[in-house]
Design a protein around this ligand. Structure first.
Ligand SMILES: Nc1ncnc2c1ncn2[C@@H]1O[C@H](COP(=O)(O)OP(=O)(O)O)[C@@H](O)[C@H]1O
Ligand SMILES: [Mg+2]
Length: 282
């Protein structure tokens, strides 16, 4: 992770009795495997429970697709992974969300630093009302990650990475709102990537896009691994099959099945999953 969430996790009262160098090595290798996981995570709003004891790991450098019928809790789950629900009325959670061995709901964790490490892109592109260039570097500026004189170069290279630069090279100072929906979504991805996240959360990022833009966004997402760990909610099973290595099927707030995408989406263990992936239940 680019910035430690909690500065004091490797210090403790018994440090002298414990081989911390070994522990760090162990931690480092386990981080390589699973930077992000939930443990017995239950989530709800006021008196209702939306998600029930979800334990799910996201292997580093892979894409995990979260699938399931509308209303089963996929977005709520995803938003819980970078504390986007914190200010939603009545929100509560039990259990933990662990990023690099730190529970992200610990008091020591700054949600803004967390969201830099765990970026998010939504179904509808949401460019900010500022120039294309300023959109890309807004997080870079907010977190003071670069000098002012370097911002243009950072914006350009980030736009090149998402494949948008050639189309907008002479419009860096223009409003983003005249871009097509697909271009706006690529811009939002560039903005999320510019701060160097470790994990990227995508909530149906192509649901509002045409097939050509969808294809560009899928290619970009696929190119981001293994550098990034990606969790994508999609109602598009064909998309999950195209891009995800792992898949998790949610139903009525329960995690029914999780594993390799080929297994969960093609040859699931559970009957409910089978009904969903074969289109017998939607
Ligand atoms: N802010 C909220 N307050 C109360 N209930 C909510 C809130 N957000 C979502 N829900 C409920 O949580 C359930 C799961 O919603 P959601 O996570 O959006 O499902 P999905 O993304 O799988 O379609 C739904 O029944 C929805 O009405
Ligand atoms: Mg949703």
């Amino acid at each position: 992770m680019t910035q430690s969430l909690a500065s004091d996790i490797t210090t403790g009262p018994n440090q002298g009795d414990f081989d911390y160098s070994q522990k760090r090595i162990d931690d480092a290798s386990s981080q390589l495997q699973v930077p992000l996981k939930t443990i017995d995570l239950s989530v709800g709003f006021s008196h209702s429970t939306i998600l029930n004891e979800i334990s799910l790991s996201f292997p580093k450098g892979t894409i995990t697709a979260l699938v399931g019928p509308t209303g089963c809790g996929k977005s709520t789950f995803l938003r819980t992974l970078n504390r986007m629900n914190d200010h939603v009325r009545g929100f509560w959670h039990k259990g933990s969300v662990v990023l690099d061995d730190v529970n992200i709901y610990d008091k020591s964790v700054d949600p803004l630093v967390l969201r830099r490490n765990v970026g998010m892109v939504f179904q509808r592109p949401n460019p900010f009302p500022m120039s294309i260039k300023d959109n890309v570097v807004s997080g870079v500026k907010a977190h003071k990650l670069a000098k002012r004189k370097d911002l243009l170069a950072i914006a350009e290279s980030q736009l090149k990475e998402v494949g948008l630069y050639d189309a907008i090279a002479d419009r860096m100072d223009d409003s983003p709102f005249r871009l097509s929906g697909g271009q706006q979504q690529l811009l939002c991805l560039a903005r999320a990537l510019a701060v160097g996240p470790e994990v990227l959360l995508l909530d149906e990022p192509t649901a509002s896009l045409d097939p050509v833009s969808t294809s560009s966004v899928e290619s970009l997402i696929s190119a981001l691994v293994p550098k990034l760990t990606i969790v994508i909610v999609t109602h598009n099973l064909a998309q999950a099959r195209r891009i995800a290595q792992h898949a998790a099927f949610f139903f009525n707030g329960e995690l029914v099945e999780h594993g390799l995408a080929a297994q969960v989406l093609e040859d699931p263990e559970h009957e409910t999953t089978a009904q969903f992936v074969t289109g017998r239940m939607g």
